[in-house]
Design a protein around this ligand. Structure first.
Ligand code: ADP
Ligand code: MG
Length: 296
């Protein structure tokens, strides 16, 4: 169990990136969902022990790791959002180098371990290729390979799916889901689908504050009967935007479709009741604070 206690981070500026975040994270996959600038990477860095909080603490199984981050490093796998690559090295050489930096030891040697890890993330056939020729998904899998070295019981992955094409993303989802079977994985993302696919529990963060800690089912259930959907003309869409709470407006085959949140459950003219999605729940939460889960 990981416990975050009243974490505050003020960067020089000053910019208050975290305004007192408290959160208990059980085992398995846990999502941290929020828009750009919400404070996700700041939170992830503090939990990973690479950034000191201004105040507050992180406890891992009861032990204060903010005071002694070195206690955490042995049991931690971290894939930073801005994970650096050495484009002219082969995947195998880069991983071997990172394993040496991390100080992970293996009875059969670092090279053997690198081969084993490459196999786990399905990169063995690309081991001798240069990293600059890797796709985005292959790079992220290489990032995961260094993070899982040493079999950490806590993994922190910061926006790992950004920039992946759909096929790579789904492949990456499988790797992450497997990793979460026997450890704690904290996944930060601004992509609602990541949470829907992977996370039995998640928190929503906005402007350095948690606005909701919930499950996908509870988040959707909280909106039951309040979402209405339909095809509209351009002027009708403008009108709805002025008079209603539009959660999503998008094009289907060139025509406007709109989804409206209607807390009184009375259908707006021309729109039909629709099943609430996690995307609806997220957008409503972001518009109003907390409609779907309990406030932290
Ligand atoms: P996210 O990962 O959710 O996009 P970040 O944690 O990166 O959010 O940033 C949260 C806020 O802190 C933003 O306003 C960002 O501009 C600011 N910030 C992040 N890092 C620094 C820094 N090193 N110095 C000053 N401000 C920073
Ligand atoms: Mg970030």
């Amino acid at each position: 169990m990981l416990n975050l206690r009243r974490l505050v981070k003020v960067y020089p500026g000053p910019v208050t990136a975290l305004q007192g975040v408290s959160l208990d994270i059980p085992g398995g996959m846990f999502g941290l969902l929020g828009p750009n600038g919400a404070g996700k990477s700041t939170l992830m860095k503090i939990v990973a022990g690479v950034l000191e909080p201004t105040s507050g603490e992180v406890l891992l199984d009861g032990e204060n790791v903010t005071a002694h981050p070195e206690k955490l490093w042995a049991t931690l796998g971290y894939l930073p959002q801005d994970f650096g690559f050495y484009p002219h090295l082969t995947g195998e050489a880069m991983l071997t180098y990172l394993l040496e930096l991390k100080g992970v030891e293996s009875p059969q040697g670092t090279k053997h371990l690198a081969t084993e890890l490459l196999e786990r993330v399905n990169l063995l056939s690309a081991a001798k290729r240069k990293v600059k020729d890797y796709s985005g998904g292959m790079r992220q899998r290489l990032g995961i390979a260094q993070a899982i070295a040493g079999d950490p019981k806590l993994m922190i992955v910061d926006e790992p799916t950004a920039g992946l094409d759909p096929e790579e993303r789904h492949r990456f989802y499988r790797i992450l889901a497997e990793l979460a079977e026997n450890r704690t994985v904290i996944l930060s993302t601004h992509i609602v689908e990541d949470v829907a696919v992977l996370c039995p529990r998640f928190a929503v963060i906005r402007q350095g504050q948690l606005v909701s800690i919930t499950t996908p089912a509870d988040a959707r259930g909280g909106l039951a009967g309040t979402i209405f959907e339909g095809a509209v003309s351009g002027p009708e869409l403008d009108d709805l935007r002025r008079t209603r709470r539009v959660t999503q407006a998008y094009l289907v085959e060139g025509r406007n479709r709109v989804r409206v949140y209607q807390p009184d459950r009375i259908a707006p003219p021309g729109l039909a009741p629709a099943e609430a999605t996690l995307e609806d729940a997220y957008l409503v939460t972001m518009q109003q604070g907390d409609a779907t889960g309990r406030v932290a």
